[in-house]
Design a protein around this ligand. Structure first.
Ligand SMILES: NC(=O)c1ccc[n+]([C@@H]2O[C@H](COP(=O)([O-])OP(=O)(O)OC[C@H]3O[C@@H](n4cnc5c(N)ncnc54)[C@H](OP(=O)(O)O)[C@@H]3O)[C@@H](O)[C@H]2O)c1
Length: 235
């Protein structure tokens, strides 16, 4: 499977914060959105925080205990599978709420939701997802096993091209496991200066320390309005 991490950043590598509302950011942001199509990915993957911020319908409502036997078997909605376009939602504990197994966001084509869970997800949450027709895959006991998830996405959903699109924590999880083939950075010509805004890569405390990761420059393309598109391949 080909995996690209496609991100939009400020000059100082921030992926969130005040720089988004600067007028000089707008042309690069438009280029970032347009360039999604360049990669022809069948799926986009987001971390829990990013899902909560823009894709899920908040946190899951209180669920009644489910009497069905707990099964760690993956669930695949055959109708969703035929859609051929997916949003993979990293949700290790099973806490995101949804109103449908289809998400239509920001003028993009309709996508079937595939939840990436760990064994921490409760039986009641699995039942909630099944009722909504949301597919789910188990990958890991407590932390996400990124390699296993990619393997399952390829085999169960025939996904050959995946876009990892934030946030910083999920991006780094995949980098740390050596699973990113290409890093695509669209840089706005604006510095943010924040010391608290999330940056493109954030190592979660639960991950072991790791050596820095180097990439090889494939292309550097100036964009209209002083932005820059950088494409790096895995070394
Ligand atoms: N500029 C851009 O292109 C762009 C794109 C997307 C997002 N963003 C921004 O990025 C920010 C969010 O970034 P973020 O780093 O805070 O959050 P994130 O990566 O979206 O989500 C982090 C959460 O995902 C779960 N997670 C991620 N990797 C995991 C792993 N290996 N194992 C287990 N759980 C894992 C954890 O959830 P639990 O802690 O619940 O277990 C973790 O707290 C938002 O502000 C969003 O707007 C920017």
């Amino acid at each position: 499977m080909f995996v690209v991490c496609h991100m939009f950043t400020s000059l100082d590598g921030k992926i969130d914060g005040a720089f988004f509302s600067a007028p000089e950011t707008a042309p690069a942001l438009k280029a970032y959105q347009d360039l999604r199509g360049f990669y022809h990915c069948q799926a986009a993957l987001y971390g829990t925080t990013t899902m909560l911020g823009g894709y899920a319908d908040g946190l899951v409502p209180a669920l009644e205990e489910d009497r069905e036997a707990y099964s760690e078997k993956d669930f695949i909605n055959p109708v969703g599978k035929t859609m051929g376009n997916f949003i993979v939602s990293v949700d290790p504990k099973g806490m995101l709420g949804f109103s449908s197994h289809i998400l239509e966001k920001k003028g993009r084509p309709a996508a079937h939701v595939v939840e990436a869970l760990t064994e921490q997800a409760s039986p009641a949450y699995l039942s909630y997802l099944r009722k909504l027709g949301i597919s789910y895959l188990f990958a890991g006991r407590e932390q996400l096993d990124c390699a296993l998830l990619l393997e399952k996405l390829a085999h169960r959903f025939e996904i050959q091209r995946l876009m990892i699109a934030g946030g910083g924590t999920v991006n780094w999880s995949f980098v740390q496991e050596g699973l990113i083939d290409e890093l695509s950075l669209v840089i706005a010509p604006v510095a943010d200066g924040s010391t608290t805004a999330v940056s493109i890569f954030e190592r979660a405390e639960f991950l072991p320390p790791h050596e820095p990761t180097a990439f090889v420059l494939k292309e550097a393309k100036p964009l209209e309005g002083s932005g820059l598109w950088l494409r790096y391949a895995r070394q």
